[in-house]
Design a protein around this ligand. Structure first.
Ligand code: SF4
Length: 161
C-alpha cells in the first residue's frame, strides 16, 4: 500500500501499543473546507513523500514486534484510498485477529457502503468525525484516549452494523 508515515510503536492513538500507518491521500481536505480556513492536522504530512510498501512486509514487521498489539491506520484519510485499506485488512486478517483502528474524518452515513464491506472482518474500530478546532478534548472510552473535537467518537464495527 502507499503510505505517508509508519510508526512501529505508537502509544498515543489507542489504549494498546500499536503500529501506526499513515495513508497517502485526502481527496478534498473536508475539514479545511467546512471550517473555511486551514485546520487540517495532517497538512505537513500531506507534503511528505509517498512510499509504496508491500503489505506482507508491513504485516511481518508488525508480527515480529513483541511490543505492539494493534494496528492503527490514520491520516491522511484512509477511506479515500479504500481499495488499499480493504486489501491491507484482508491480508492482515490472514495472519492476525488483533484490533485494527481506522481514524477517519468522515461520519458513518457518508461511508455506509464501505462500512458494510469492512463488516466482514473481526475487531475493527472506526474513529469518526471531522477535526474542528477550539473544542474541548473528551475521553473516548472505546479508544482509551482523548479525542480533539466533541463531534468525534470511536465505534466498534459490531455496534455499527
Ligand atoms: S480528513 Fe484528515 S487529512 Fe483530511 S482534512 Fe481532515 S484532518 Fe486533514
Amino acid at each position: 500500500m502507499k503510505i505517508k508515515n509508519l510508526i512501529d510503536e505508537d502509544f498515543v492513538n489507542y489504549k494498546k501499543p500499536s503500529m501506526f500507518i499513515g495513508t497517502s491521500k485526502c481527496n478534498n481536505f473536508k475539514c479545511d473546507k467546512e471550517c473555511g480556513k486551514p485546520v487540517c492536522q495532517n497538512s505537513e504530512l500531506a507534503k511528505a513523500p509517498t512510499i509504496e510498501i508491500d503489505n506482507e512486509n508491513l504485516i511481518n514487521r508488525y508480527l515480529n514486534n513483541p511490543i505492539t498489539e494493534a494496528i492503527t491506520i490514520g491520516g491522511l484519510e484512509p477511506f479515500d484510498t479504500f481499495e488499499e485499506l480493504y486489501q491491507f485488512i484482508k491480508d492482515f486478517r490472514r495472519k492476525s485477529n488483533d484490533d485494527i483502528i481506522i481514524y477517519t474524518g468522515y461520519y458513518p452515513e457518508e461511508i455506509s457502503e464501505k462500512i458494510r464491506q469492512l463488516s466482514l472482518f473481526l475487531n475493527i474500530i472506526i474513529k469518526f468525525g471531522r477535526f474542528i478546532p477550539n473544542q474541548k478534548p473528551h475521553y473516548d472510552i472505546v479508544l482509551g484516549i482523548e479525542l480533539a473535537s466533541d463531534n468525534q467518537e470511536a465505534i466498534r464495527m459490531e455496534d455499527l452494523i
